[in-house]
Ligand binder design. Structure first.
Ligand code: SER
Length: 591
């Protein structure tokens, strides 16, 4: 019996090698030249050009194992078989064999190699619709193989049609293979249509005979292809009679570590078990995405946002089961070690992965407790629906991805007004794009009290420098952490002791004035007309936020700010130095 992931993968690849398939390398998780999809979602994904007719250097029969990420149902993860990251075994015919041989190969592998009794197999086929007829050909081959008609279920497009990935590309009807996971022997009438819970899908043979065009038409391909996919985690579990993928050797060491960290047990309490699965799944996916050849850091956009969502959701569930302190980087090394032979990029990027996990956990840790408290407050005042504005506050001030807010809301029987959130989010993105156009990064997610204060005092510093050194100085960059601010500006000599003192005094005098900070939105042209400082390039007509502090400072900015400066504390310059010819750097703190 197959006991390990490695055995299953090797058995599969060797079988297809014997059947004259060439083993090819899996691709990166980040698709090349495909801006429509964030991640590689299936083994066929990197092969699209070859499925459309370009000759593959390794021939017409290929096989491999491919790392995949699917983000559609991140929120489904927590049951026993959904995963964000998974490995897919596949074999392909690029205009070589078609339905007949493909089904024969699948049947031989399942029954001869994996030794699954025929009685425990069932299949589904495409039932046909206005775009494509019922797949009778596949049904006939299955009957020839000895699968009784009662175990061959015709199913609609939503079940038995695969592709395209994104909006256009190769696609076609498929036939899916199911393994019996019910108790005892399957009854005569049991099949995936009548008794869904008794059957687990383990393999899918897709017959790619169409190309869906951008305008939605299905064109027959001259080259008829086969694309198959077998999920490693799921197949390994069912072959061992396990109903839970997390009980396979892939996850056991991780689940054990989560049990130790949380001092709770797996499989005893529904909520704890679900939380542990989410943590195990999400950290694995985050490790693979961050550790991909392209190295992805958590962020607020694109791939990075998915990593952020995964890590933050894992942290939230970690808190739920009582894990204290940082834990992601205690779990990640188990995966790195387990997978490193097949994916050396993980070992190569080990430090990067662990550091990024720690950093993200630090960032979120600071705000999660308060964010959850804020959520409770919002919940109490909300009637059935959480406003888009409140969801946005949770995002912008506490770093809660909208999906997390939705999940919390759902648990309390509430909805979230997503439209309103999206409007505010778009506005915020516009502003943050504006802010990152130069070297200025406003660190929008890191809205801790400290950074918010430092952002605000940076405006005072900027204006004070202009007063003391003259209006020709120009901001060249700024970087803010929770501990200090760093401000770079153009100036061609070292500042004297007196000048530094004068800058400090000017800033501190303003703080004493206790002005409110006013935020207005306007186009960049209006902002400039009003004398607001803006050092980065913005597009014509683009709306920006302008922050005014009394009459002293007016500046275009996208960072977080306090509403009144009286509580900023005492401003102190700790260093003044050169960073490049004609550029000075000031580091300062608030005490
Ligand atoms: N592309 C198909 C799937 O993902 C078969 O590999 O199921």
């Amino acid at each position: 019996m197959i006991k390990t992931r490695k055995e299953l993968i090797d058995t599969y690849l060797n079988f297809f090698k014997l059947k004259k398939h060439n083993i090819i390398r899996g691709a990166s998780l980040i698709p090349e030249n495909d801006p429509t999809v964030l991640f590689t979602t299936a083994g066929m994904h990197p092969l699209i050009p070859y499925l459309l007719g370009q000759p593959h250097p390794s021939g017409k029969r290929l096989t491999n194992v491919q790392k995949c990420v699917r983000t559609d149902d991140i929120d489904e993860v927590g049951d026993c078989f959904h995963h964000t990251f998974f490995e897919m075994l596949g074999n392909w015919s690029l205009g070589d064999y078609f339905k007949d041989e493909s089904i024969k190969l699948s049947f031989e592998f399942l029954t001869n190699v994996l030794q699954i009794p025929k009685e425990k197999l069932a299949v589904t086929i495409f039932e046909g619709d206005e775009d494509s007829p019922i797949d009778e050909e596949s049904a006939k081959v299955w009957i020839k193989m000895g699968i009784p008609e009662s175990r061959i279920s015709p199913m609609p497009r939503k079940n038995n049609w695969w592709g395209p990935v994104g909006n256009s590309g190769p696609c076609g009807p498929d036939t899916e293979m199911f393994y019996f996971v019910g108790i005892g022997k399957p009854k005569e009438e049991s099949n995936p249509k009548t008794k869904e819970n008794e059957w687990c899908e383990i393999w899918n043979d897709v017959f790619m005979q169409y190309n869906k065009t951008k305008d939605g038409k299905y064109e027959e391909l001259t080259q008829k292809n086969v694309d198959t996919g077998m999920g490693v985690e799921r197949t390994l579990a069912v072959l061992q009679g396990l109903k839970d993928n997390y009980l396979t050797e892939i996850f056991i060491p991780v689940i054990e570590r989560i049990c130790i960290l949380s001092k709770r047990r797996y499989g005893f309490n529904k909520n704890d078990t679900r939380a542990m699965r989410i943590i195990a799944d999400h950290i694995r996916a985050a490790v693979f995405i961050m550790g991909d050849e392209l190295k992805i850091s958590p962020s607020n956009i694109g791939h990075g946002y998915i990593v952020r969502r995964l890590i933050r959701r894992a942290i939230r569930y970690g808190r739920q089961i009582g894990i204290k302190g940082n834990f992601c980087s205690f779990i990640a090394p188990i995966y790195i070690e387990y997978y490193q032979k097949d994916y050396p990029e993980l070992e190569k990027n080990r430090n990067f992965i662990l550091n990024e996990l720690d950093r993200e956990e630090e960032r979120f840790k600071e705000v999660i407790e308060n964010g959850l408290k804020e959520f409770d407050k919002i919940k109490r005042k909300s009637d059935k629906i959480i406003s888009g504005h409140d969801a946005f506050i949770l995002f912008s001030s506490y770093g809660f991805p909208i999906e997390l807010t939705k999940e919390l809301a759902k648990e309390s029987g509430l909805d979230v007004e997503e439209y309103g959130f999206n409007q505010e989010f778009k506005e915020h993105q516009k502003l943050s794009r504006t802010a990152t156009a130069g070297t200025f990064k406003s660190g929008l997610i890191d809205n801790s009290e400290e950074t918010t204060k430092l952002h605000t005092v940076t405006h005072l510093l900027h204006q004070a420098l202009r007063k003391v050194l003259g209006e020709t100085i120009k901001q060249r960059g700024s970087n803010i952490t929770a501990e200090r601010l760093r401000f770079d500006f153009s100036f061609d000599r070292k500042l004297t002791e007196e000048e530094l003192n004068e800058v400090e005094t000017t800033v501190n005098n303003q703080i004493k004035e206790g002005f409110d900070v006013k935020r207005e939105e306007m186009t960049i042209e209006e902002a400039k007309k009003k004398g607001a400082l803006a050092f980065f390039d913005t597009k014509y007509g683009e709306k920006v936020s302008v922050y005014s502090i009394g009459d002293f400072s007016k500046e275009v900015c996208a960072g977080p700010h306090v509403t009144n400066i009286s509580k900023l504390g005492h401003f102190k310059i700790i260093k003044e130095e050169a960073v490049a010819a004609g550029v000075r750097r000031i580091k300062a703190v608030l005490k």
